[in-house]
Ligand binder design. Structure first.
Ligand code: NAP
Length: 335
């Protein structure tokens, strides 16, 4: 079976996902696109075999040729397209965040639970990265003893012009927020945010930041977020257990030693660092939609990540340690 996909929002990641859906993955075709910039949608469709161009995401969702929807528009618009897909009974892969407010995420949870089956997957791709998967296996096999701490680093060489202070948390650190919930299999209970003196490369951004995440069982996770580190896109993680530690492997494929130095490559950006994770993530989603496999991160995961990131934003504003209050988890999302 070929899953016929419509893509809403054909900016940077929308175009990258269309490339992998049409040239890398199997069992899938892109049959429709839409974007607020209709000229951009037409240009992207022009590079495809045969794809309809729709003026709105809602029209794309209603197109009978579209079996499933991929939402890659701005975060603020995710809710309306995800709700339209649920109402149409069509599976929807939504790039992170599921929605930008907890209330919007709860409306999505209500719609999906009313539909009675899972239709939504959220694009938290670290769960598909080989290095993160290997790290999680070590954490979960118990060989380190109980996990106590995790140190995380999330460094961007630069950020786009529309990036705001809040984006440090709800666009960037939200990846670690989801990863920590998945790594340790528990919810995050409280968030604090610390600020060193700002980088002179950062304009008005509170850059860098350190988040302290406390899980329900008391694991403490520190996350450095840097938005303008210049030298590359650098993602790191180390779990400290009672009797050992485990570190995320460096992603480079070759290390050169010469002239008294060690030279290793740092990825240029998230597309390079997580290329394999995005491929596996979308292939597994296509397979699940086609009836062969299970969906990944759920609307509950999207809601929980947004709730924690909201607490982080409050901690950034107030300087206080902010507890996270989650709604009751509907039975549909129990593991
Ligand atoms: P982008 O380049 O700005 O692309 C967003 C696209 O959506 C643009 O073409 C934009 O058009 C379009 N758009 C905006 N409002 C729309 C609407 N109402 N209906 C249809 N299309 C609309 O942004 P991006 O970097 O690709 O990010 C898109 C989403 O992917 C964001 O939610 C982001 O957080 C997520 N993302 C995830 C990852 C990841 O690692 N998983 C990485 C990057 C991005 P205009 O430019 O004309 O407004």
């Amino acid at each position: 079976m070929t899953v016929r996909v419509g893509v809403v929002g054909v900016g940077m990641i929308g175009q990258d996902h269309i490339r992998r859906l049409t040239r890398v993955l199997s069992g899938v075709d892109v049959v429709a696109v839409s974007d607020v910039d209709i000229g951009r949608a037409r240009a992207v469709a022009g590079g495809l075999r045969e794809a309809a161009v729709h003026a709105t995401g809602e029209q794309l969702v209603a197109d009978d040729r579209v079996d499933a929807v991929v939402v890659c528009s701005w975060g603020e618009t995710h809710e309306q397209y995800v709700l339209a897909a649920i109402a149409a009974g069509k599976p929807v892969f939504c790039e992170k965040p599921l929605a930008t407010t907890q209330e919007a995420c709860r409306r999505i949870l209500a719609a999906e639970t009313a539909a009675g089956r899972r239709l939504v997957q959220v694009g938290y791709m670290r769960r598909y990265d080989p290095a993160y998967r290997a790290l999680r296996e070590v954490v979960q096999d118990g060989s380190l003893g109980l996990p106590l701490l995790m140190h995380c680093t999330h460094r961007n060489p630069s950020v786009p012009a529309h990036y705001r202070g809040e984006s440090m948390i709800n666009d960037t650190a939200v990846h670690e927020i989801d990863m920590v919930r998945w790594m340790f299999g528990e919810e995050i209970a409280a968030v604090s945010v610390l600020r060193p003196r700002p980088s002179r490369h950062s304009g008005d951004l509170p850059d860098p930041l350190v988040l302290l995440l406390e899980t329900g069982s008391g694991i403490l996770v520190d996350v450095e977020v840097s938005a303008n580190i210049r030298y590359g896109y650098d993602i790191r993680g180390e779990v400290v257990g009672e009797s050992g530690t485990a570190t995320l492997a460096e992603p480079s494929t070759v290390q050169v030693r010469r002239g008294g130095t060690v030279i290793d490559r740092v990825p240029a950006d998230w597309r390079e660092r997580f290329v394999r994770a995005y491929d596996v993530e979308l292939q597994e989603w296509v397979d699940a939609v086609g009836g062969d496999g299970q969906l990944g991160p759920s609307a509950w995961d999207g809601y929980a990540a947004t709730a924690v990131s909201d607490a982080g934003l409050e901690a950034l504003r107030t300087g206080a340690r902010v507890p996270v209050a989650l709604a009751d988890r509907p039975a549909m999302y129990e593991k």
